[in-house]
Every structure is written in structure tokens, then in C-alpha cells.
Ligand binder design. Structure first.
Ligand code: HEC
Length: 249
């Protein structure tokens, strides 16, 4: 009985934790990220530099590490992905200072190095797709996954502009409430819906890589470790045969 009660309490804790992480309450879409797809990480890195690094830092990542992991030369990194004037050993800081960020947006844009670990891929993917026009907000944008976020939709030129469609639902209190039901595109972007989804997936792939850059090397190493173990097992077996031959005599 006691065991059952403890388990129920634990399950409750886990569940409340995951709903906290989801925030906002909007249903999340599946991101389907494959961090071992190097081309996707490379495309994501470019998008990140073009659309995010102006406001956000990823200060626990250095350009040098990026060049080693992504397979770009140091020259390519400095010419295409680094902040102008950077050295290869520099961390990926933003041109925007914390103080200016706070002044401009009310909240300074947070560092994104570990954001995939904090929020999870599905949350990031859904968040980046869920901006909609809202004239009541100072930036003119709102978000169903992160309601009243002070970040504008920086990808609107690619995605287009969407507005929120709501429906009326009766809540637990018996009152009628307007709840989000979906989006309607009011101005097309330069990408189709599918192209945009793929780009956001690339971006999230890069953010997952940022959160744990070691995972790529670890998998490469893992293959060699398994091969070694298989080979070693075979050798050990041969050795066993050899020893037992003498014992049986
Ligand atoms: C114009 C400045 C600006 C740009 C460019 C920008 N952001 Fe933001 N971002 C913000 C601000 C400000 C916040 C803080 C929002 C808040 O807490 O209300 C934020 C918050 C976030 C968060 C939520 C962090 C949390 O609290 O969990 C994520 C994720 C994020 N940004 C990702 C991105 C990505 C990915 C890009 C590039 C596609 C990007 N941002 C580009 C300003 C920006």
C-alpha cells in the first residue's frame, strides 16, 4: 500500500515536471531531430548565425570547436560564421550586450548554449513555429507556446505572417473561454510550409548539438569500442579453446 502511494507521488512529480517544462500549455509538435546528420547541423549553424546570434549568445561554445566538429576549416568559420573581428579561440558571444538587450526587449535574450537541454527539442521546434501577429504586444508578436514572450518572430520573412485562430470552449469553471485553435497565414513567406519546417528542424538540430557537442564524437568513438569488444571476445574465445585443450588431455 505504502509502495503504491510512494509510486503515485513520484509519478505526480514527474508529470508536473514535464508540464512545467512545456509551459504555455500548447500542444508540442515532434521535432524529429537527428544530431548525427552533419549537413543538418551545418545548415542550422548558418541559420543560427544569420537569424539568432544578433541577439543571443552561445558563450560556452568556441568557434574552434565548431570548426573541428562541423568539418569546416578555421578560415571558413571566421569568414562565414563568426562575428566580424573574432579570433578562432573566441566564444560565440553576441554583439548585443545584456544591458542593451534588457533595455530593448524588457528581458535580455538568454544565452542559448544549453537551451535544448532546458526546453527540449520539441518545445524549441514548436516555439519557433508558433509566432503570430498581435498588435497589443510592443513588438507586434505573440506566441502560443511561450505566451507573451518578448522575442519578435525573427523568421517571419521565411515563414510568412500568421494570425491566431481561436475557438470557444467551456472551461472547468463552466464559463466560455477563447482558446487557440490554430493559425491562418495572412502573408506568405519566401519558403513553403514544408521548407520552413525543415529549416526550423535544422536550427533545432544545431541547438541540440550546442547543448552537448561531445555527443557526436562519443558516438564515433562508441563504434570503435564495440568493434574492439567484438574482436576481443573472439580472441578470448580462441584462448579459452587453447587452454582447455591441455586440461582435457
Ligand atoms: C531581436 C532579438 C532576438 C533575435 C534575433 C532572436 N531572439 Fe530569441 N529571444 C529574444 C528575447 C528578448 C527573448 C526573451 C523572451 C522572454 O523571456 O520574454 C528570447 C527568447 C528566446 C528563447 C526562449 C528562451 C527561454 O526563456 O527558454 C528561445 C528558445 C529563443 N529566443 C531562440 C531564438 C532563436 C533560435 C533565434 C534565431 C532564429 C532567436 N531566438 C532570435 C530576442 C531575440
Amino acid at each position: 500500500m505504502k509502495f503504491k502511494r510512494v509510486m503515485t507521488a513520484l509519478a505526480g512529480l514527474v508529470l508536473s515536471g514535464s508540464s512545467l517544462a512545456a509551459g504555455g500549455g500548447a500542444a508540442l509538435e515532434h521535432a524529429n531531430v537527428n544530431v548525427f546528420d552533419n549537413a543538418a547541423v551545418q545548415r542550422g549553424a548558418r541559420l543560427y548565425v544569420d537569424y539568432c546570434s544578433g541577439c543571443h549568445s552561445a558563450q560556452y561554445m568556441r568557434y574552434k570547436r565548431l570548426s573541428e566538429d562541423l568539418g569546416y576549416s578555421e578560415e571558413e568559420i571566421l569568414a562565414n560564421l563568426a562575428k566580424p573581428g573574432s579570433k578562432i579561440g573566441d566564444p560565440m558571444t553576441s554583439a548585443l550586450s545584456k544591458a542593451d538587450g534588457a533595455k530593448l526587449f524588457g528581458v535580455p535574450p538568454p544565452d542559448l548554449t544549453l537551451i535544448a537541454r532546458v526546453r527540449g527539442n520539441d518545445w524549441l521546434y514548436s516555439y519557433l513555429k508558433s509566432f503570430y501577429r498581435d498588435e497589443s504586444r510592443s513588438m507586434g508578436w505573440n506566441n502560443t507556446v511561450f505566451p507573451n514572450a518578448s522575442m519578435p518572430n525573427v523568421l517571419w520573412e521565411l515563414q510568412g505572417i500568421q494570425k491566431l485562430v481561436t475557438k470557444t470552449e467551456t472551461g472547468h469553471d463552466g464559463e466560455a473561454h477563447e482558446v487557440p485553435a490554430g493559425f491562418e497565414v495572412i502573408q506568405a513567406g519566401s519558403m513553403s510550409g514544408e521548407e520552413f519546417d525543415n529549416s526550423v528542424r535544422d536550427l533545432v538540430t544545431f541547438l541540440q548539438y550546442l547543448g552537448e557537442p561531445g555527443q557526436i564524437q562519443r558516438r564515433e568513438l562508441g563504434v570503435w569500442v564495440i568493434l574492439f569488444l567484438v574482436l576481443f571476445t573472439f580472441l578470448a574465445y580462441l584462448m579459452k579453446l587453447e587452454y582447455w585443450k591441455d586440461v582435457k588431455k
